[in-house]
Design a protein around this ligand. Structure first.
Ligand SMILES: [Zn+2]
Length: 251
């Protein structure tokens, strides 16, 4: 049996770094075994661009707003409502206690709750950014009884992640795992059933100083394979079937 194509469940193809280079990026991704990319909006203007570049073959849209820069988030809520039939997820949304000021935390939490409620009412998965706030983001998700959840580039403790995995939450693993003992631990602890591949391109490259590319999800898969002592093709097959299940994309 042939190995499945990989799914990059979280990237930012509207980034300036990729301007005018999307055709090439898609070709390079396919050549590297990546069949589908889910591109996430960062705010209203960016979310409009996300819808514009989505072809529903290789590129699928998710709309959101960065938690440390929430200006105009109401328009993103409205856009999601309006485009609910065209999107496959809500995000990224969440909490950022690293960039956000301490005083903004209450606002971040309140807005995050609004997005979770919308995701629940539309029955869409939510892609969660939780930088330096993993535990707090999970607490809110648990409290809100969110079910379809993807924790992207989770930087919290494996013990917290395990509680979330028990509720069926998914964790997408970026190529920066090569330089992150925390992510390596996370992969070691979490079952394969709860893992997905992400690039977060253009950021979170294996080399901090390089522009990241969706094709690098292969590196995430290689590391999962090595850490778990299972074949590369099993990792790809399972993470792809996980992505198909949670997002309903066709690969
Ligand atoms: Zn991102």
């Amino acid at each position: 049996m042939e190995t499945a194509l990989m799914v990059d469940v979280h990237c930012h193809l509207t980034a300036r770094e990729f301007e005018g280079k999307l055709d090439l990026l898609i070709r390079e991704s396919i050549d590297s075994g990546v069949g589908v990319m889910i591109t996430s909006g960062l705010g209203y203007e960016d979310s409009l661009k996300v819808l514009e570049i989505s072809d529903y073959r290789r590129i699928y849209p998710s709309l959101g707003v960065p938690p440390h820069d929430l200006a105009g988030y109401e328009r993103v809520l409205e856009l999601i409502e309006k485009e609910k039939a065209r999107i496959i997820g809500i995000g990224e949304v969440g909490l950022d206690y690293w960039r956000g000021s301490r005083s903004s935390r209450n606002v971040q939490e309140r807005v995050f709750e609004e997005f979770i409620e919308l995701a629940k009412s539309l029955d869409l998965p939510v892609i969660v950014h939780s930088r330096s706030a993993g535990k707090y983001a999970l607490e809110i998700l648990f409290r809100e009884k969110a079910e379809r959840v993807i924790m992207h580039a989770f930087d919290g403790k494996a013990s917290h992640a395990m509680r979330a995995a028990g509720r069926g939450y998914m964790f997408s693993i970026p190529p920066s795992i090569v330089r992150s003992v925390q992510k390596q631990k996370l992969v070691d602890k979490l079952p394969l059933d709860n893992l997905l591949l992400e690039s977060d391109a253009p950021v979170l490259a294996p080399d901090r100083n390089r522009v990241n590319h969706p094709k690098n999800v292969k590196i995430s898969a290689e590391w999962i394979s090595r850490i778990k002592g299972i074949s590369f093709s099993r990792v790809v097959d399972k993470t792809t079937s996980n992505a198909v299940e949670v997002f309903g994309v066709r690969v």
